[in-house]
Design a protein. Structure first.
Ligand code: DGL
Length: 271
């Protein structure tokens, strides 16, 4: 249940840093009437290297901040945080906002394809260690073969602007040529940074493997949930706001890879 929310309230989106801006960008493109308040926990980046307890602790505090900003919905735009903290956030903040994680919509999109016999997953160490994708996919389709691999070099590589070049192609090839991925029908990009290298990955598999990232499926889940609670905004929204818990000019420069519009990051030291 959710009480007394209004359509005009913002959607809070958070990630360990700026990777979740790919999700914010997808919301902005497909649901332009919604106001977005983004929080990037750049002080603790990368979450992929942190323990589940640490990620839970960070997520609880960030959601408190977003609820104080009056958000009607919280989108956990980070797989590492979705895997470690979604349940805790629901327990702790039940009824105070609607919650969307980036994992369930992706699992649903893939599990519906009965023709898939074997799928691969790439993600951060934290997401792979949680085993959550494998668990949920096998729950939905027990006969599916699921192979997962932690690919920790990809996040720093993308943040340093290495994509669509021979360095990124070499790193991607190193990971994806792993024999566990032989004969996969689909690959899940289970990290919100990875949509930026989706084209390289499609090229690596010569379009023979279906590639999934969370962006479109998450926007679909957001729209459905807002409709269900009659909370889709139908008036002109306020401009989006972007907060980070640590600020450097290089973060701001990097945001242009992730978010199509040029944006100002506001330093917000919640720690
Ligand atoms: N974007 C985060 C995710 O989806 C990964 C970045 C990080 O390791 O902090 O898991």
């Amino acid at each position: 249940m959710i009480k007394d929310h209004k359509k005009t309230q913002p959607i809070g989106v958070f990630d360990s840093g700026i990777g979740g801006l790919t999700v914010a960008n997808a919301i902005f493109s497909h649901l332009p009437q919604e106001e977005i308040i983004y929080f990037g926990d750049t002080f603790h980046l990368p979450y992929g290297e942190k323990s589940a307890d640490a990620i839970r602790y960070y997520s609880l505090k960030i959601v408190k901040f977003l609820l104080e900003k009056n958000c009607k919905m919280i989108v956990i735009a980070c797989n590492s945080a979705s895997s470690a903290a979604y349940k805790v956030l629901l327990d702790f903040y039940e009824g105070q906002a609607l919650f969307i994680n980036v994992i369930d919509p992706l699992v649903e999109a893939v599990a519906n394809h009965n023709e898939y016999k074997k799928v691969g997953i790439i993600a951060t160490k934290a997401t792979i260690r949680s085993n959550i994708y494998k668990h949920k996919l096998l729950e939905a389709r027990p006969s599916l073969k699921v192979e997962s691999l932690a690919t920790p070099l990809l996040v720093p590589m993308i943040e340093e602007g290495f994509f669509n070049d021979n360095i990124s192609d070499a790193v991607i090839e190193k990971y994806l040529s792993n024999p566990i991925f032989e004969n996969i029908d689909a690959l899940l990009l289970a990290c919100t940074h990875y949509p930026l290298i989706r084209k390289n990955i499609e090229a690596y598999f010569q379009q023979k493997v279906k590639i999934y990232d969370s962006n479109d499926v998450v926007v679909h889940a957001i729209r459905e949930k807002l409709q269900q609670f009659d909370l889709l905004n139908d008036s002109t929204p306020k401009p989006p706001k972007f907060f980070v818990s640590d600020y450097t000019t290089s973060f701001e420069e990097t945001t242009n890879f992730f978010y199509k519009e040029s944006i100002d990051l506001e330093y917000c030291p919640i720690w």
